[in-house]
Design a protein around this ligand. Structure first.
Ligand code: HAM
Length: 422
């Protein structure tokens, strides 16, 4: 056993109940997002390194320590995408999508890759479902984006969430904030961690995101963005908060002035939904406004806001609401009728019915297998049934058995399938 190749650390195989759970989360999420006018987009899972390296922030952990970068056979530097926003922004610019639609509302779903230390809820390949809304600078849009996230959690019946929200102001506010922070941290630099001392040179705001124990007290007393926020930025944020408070439970909305998020492209609104029962990795959905990203990538100035949701993380607290369609098992009285059983299975599937064909063993073995596979019914037949065209249909939970024509069986099973999908 020991020399069987194992999956890469921080990755996992998705199958069985967990597979169904994640697909169900995606299905329900898509339903909600379509109500908000979002349309799907898929971008490649690998990109030119430059899509991310500069645009996510050169001093962020993601760019510094977590990207899977490699050179292809042509010598080009590529990377597995660590997130979706920069990829979607690239696609929007490549296809001039903004000129065709404003606002442009896109959602995506797929694997992302970060070389992080694996633990419960944190993986090296994880799945994100994200939305991006581009073209409008309006607090209504920020609020609508956040409400879409909230409605999605509600649709998934997740109740123990809280929203942490902050503003990062506009470019001018951040410049002032940066100067203020630089002065403050310079005064405490000897007590900062080595990593934060490095950040002080390049990007002092990143120190606020430090997880190092020795930095925490200094961070706690650091100046706040609210000290420098312009009136316009403040009233933008107040408007976002007002709308959220009228549409969501205000007791679950916390303004967290320390929230900076792990990516540098944010301005104004930044937020995270946390699910309290999840433990250390409890941020299930995070995002914010990023008005500078598309111009930084060589495009026009396009205001934008969005979020990403960790599907695998969310799945840890999601209880499946829907039962899978239970199959019907086709069971011939003996092996010589197997070909006919096969034909019946094809016929029923053609009518949209889920069918399990039990391929081997005597009748009682096949019935046991059907029960193990969670079949709802067994359709049983022998030579006599074929002659009379009346088949035995056994309801496996109750043991109730009836004799029916094939047309009636199809009608009955189709009615059941429609009910269980409602
Ligand atoms: P992010 O906060 O880096 O933002 O990731 C969004 C979500 O992805 C997190 O809240 C978390 O649920 C999940 N996530 C992140 N890393 C991992 C991991 N290693 N394992 C499992 N789940 C993880 C972004 O990526 C931005 N692109 C979001 C955004 C979209 N901002 C604007 N538009």
């Amino acid at each position: 056993m020991s020399n069987i190749i194992q999956a890469i650390r921080g990755t996992y195989d998705l199958f069985g109940e967990e597979y169904l759970k994640q697909k169900e989360i995606i299905r329900l999420s898509e339903e909600v997002l379509k109500r908000f006018g979002y349309k799907g987009i898929e971008t490649p899972i690998f990109e030119n390194l430059s899509v991310f390296a500069k645009n996510l922030g050169e001093t962020t952990d993601i760019v510094n320590k977590e990207m899977y970068t490699f050179q292809d056979r042509n010598g080009d530097w590529l990377c597995l995408r660590p997130e979706g926003t920069a990829s979607v922004a690239r696609a929007i610019l490549n296809h001039h999508m903004i000129q065709q639609q404003n606002p442009l509302k896109l959602y995506y779903y797929g694997p992302m890759f970060r070389y992080e230390r694996p633990q419960k809820g944190r993986y090296r390949q994880f799945y994100q479902l994200g939305i991006e809304c581009l073209g409008l600078f309006d607090p209504l849009i920020d609020a609508e984006t956040i409400i879409a996230g909230y409605q999605l959690l509600e649709a998934l019946n997740i109740k123990d969430w809280v929203l942490e929200i902050n503003t990062l102001g506009d470019a001018e506010d951040r410049k002032k904030f940066r100067d203020l922070l630089t002065k403050y941290f310079q005064n405490h630099s000897s007590k900062l961690s080595k990593e934060s001392q490095d950040r002080l040179e390049k990007n002092p705001m990143r120190i606020l995101d430090s997880k190092e124990e020795q930095d925490q007290e200094i961070i706690q007393n650091a100046p706040k963005i609210f000290d420098v926020l312009s009136d316009e930025s403040k009233s933008f944020f107040d408007k976002v908060l007002d709308i959220l408070k009228t549409n969501m439970d205000p007791a679950k909305i916390n303004v967290n002035e320390r929230l900076v998020r792990g990516l540098d492209y944010y301005c104004h609104t930044a937020f995270e939904f946390k699910v309290l029962s999840l433990g250390a990795q409890n941020a299930v959905l995070g995002g914010g406004r990023y008005d500078g990203l598309l111009s930084q990538m060589g495009g026009p100035v396009i205001p934008a806001v969005g979020w990403g949701m960790g599907v695998d993380r969310l799945a840890l607290s999601y209880q499946m609401q829907q039962q899978e369609n239970r199959p019907i098992a086709i069971i011939p009285i003996n092996q010589s009728l197997q070909d006919i059983a096969f034909e019946i299975a094809i016929q029923l599937r053609d009518h949209g019915i889920t069918v399990d064909l039990e391929y081997s063993g005597n009748m009682s073995k096949r019935l046991k297998k059907a029960q193990k596979n969670n079949a709802a019914y067994a359709l049983m037949f022998g030579e006599d049934e074929l002659k009379s065209q009346l088949y035995s249909l056994k309801e496996l939970d109750s043991g109730h058995q009836q004799t029916l024509k094939m047309d009636d069986i199809i009608r009955l099973l189709k009615a059941q399938t429609t009910c269980s999908n409602e």
